[in-house]
Unconditional design. Structure first.
Length: 302
């Protein structure tokens, strides 16, 4: 019998790769989308999935959940706005708190009781128990408290994966690796900070396997009610060293002005080391191999 899952955020970078990964595992997948964000990341597989375009009518969402009768929700949808303006506050609240709560409420009205959420290591600045780096991280923290309510009051079982620095092929996001690759061998230059902050970079294929591993934990262990796990390699590298390695892999000069920009306010210099790593999961791609894959397959699919 096929596993049946619902994915939010499936048209984004991580969500689209998870969608493909689970399709290869023969899952029946339903995604909840807002059409204004488009389908460019999944255009070639739209016929292989079921799409529900959500118009913010929670009653239609409840009806949909009752009809699908999924085993699990993989909740990846989020507004990642790390340098927000006051007018973007409603977007952060709507996307990161309100929409997720509507998903949980629809689950309550259906048979679906397993939930896998997505957090960020930015929720723990300086490894403090509660110290979100910014408002984005604070909304992620707030939503986790709402998940706890549904676990306690309605018998949900949940795992939240706190993701670290996700990278990989086919990433259209304006991330540093994409900028560096585009600039390599040209006269363009980029200003960056002194680069002494440490990163824990996790390849997209390992992130996808972590979500499946989280489902298997919930599916096989009824004693897990609400757990938070980290998805990290444990191999940390300074930003300036990562740039140097990537330049060597590209075998082209990259004009990077190290130290030309100051660190951001509340820059994360050392990712938290307080999370328990997701059980039964280990990363398979280390940074040097991952950067080589990024160079070779930068425009393709994993």
């Amino acid at each position: 019998m096929k596993h049946i899952g619902i994915i939010t955020g499936a048209t984004g970078y991580i969500g689209s790769h998870l969608l493909r990964y689970l399709l290869r595992q023969d899952w029946e997948l339903h995604i909840i989308t807002q059409p204004e964000f488009g389908y460019s990341n999944i255009e070639d597989i739209k016929d292989d999935i079921h799409i529900f375009e959500y118009n913010h009518d929670v009653h239609s969402l409840i009806d949909y959940f009752r009809k699908v009768n999924a085993e699990v929700v993989f909740h990846l949808a989020a507004a990642v706005i790390t340098d927000y303006t006051p007018t973007q506050i409603p977007v952060l609240i709507r996307s990161n708190v309100e929409f997720g709560t509507e998903i949980l409420e629809a689950m309550k009205q259906s048979a679906t009781r397993l939930f896998i959420g997505t957090g960020s290591y930015w929720q723990n600045y300086n490894s403090d128990t509660y110290n979100p780096v910014d408002l984005y991280a604070a909304t992620k923290e707030a939503f986790e408290k709402i998940v706890q309510y549904y676990v306690d009051a309605h018998g949900f079982r949940a795992i939240t994966l706190r993701l670290f620095d996700v990278y990989g092929e086919d990433d259209k996001r304006p991330k540093l690796l994409n900028i560096l690759k585009r600039m390599a061998g040209t006269d363009e230059s980029i200003d960056v900070s002194p680069g002494e902050q440490f990163l824990d970079m996790v390849h997209i294929s390992d992130v996808c396997s972590a979500y499946l591993c989280a489902y298997n934990l919930l599916h096989t262990n009824s004693r897990i009610f609400n757990k938070i796990y980290g998805v990290y390699t444990g191999n940390r590298i300074q930003l300036k060293e990562m740039i140097k390695i990537f330049s060597e892999i590209l075998q082209q000069n990259i004009r990077v002005n190290i130290g030309a920009k100051p660190y951001k306010e509340r820059e994360v210099m050392n990712p938290t080391d307080k999370y328990r790593r997701l059980p039964n999961w280990n990363p398979s791609i280390m940074i040097c191999d991952g950067l080589k894959l990024f160079n070779i397959n930068g425009g393709g699919r994993t």
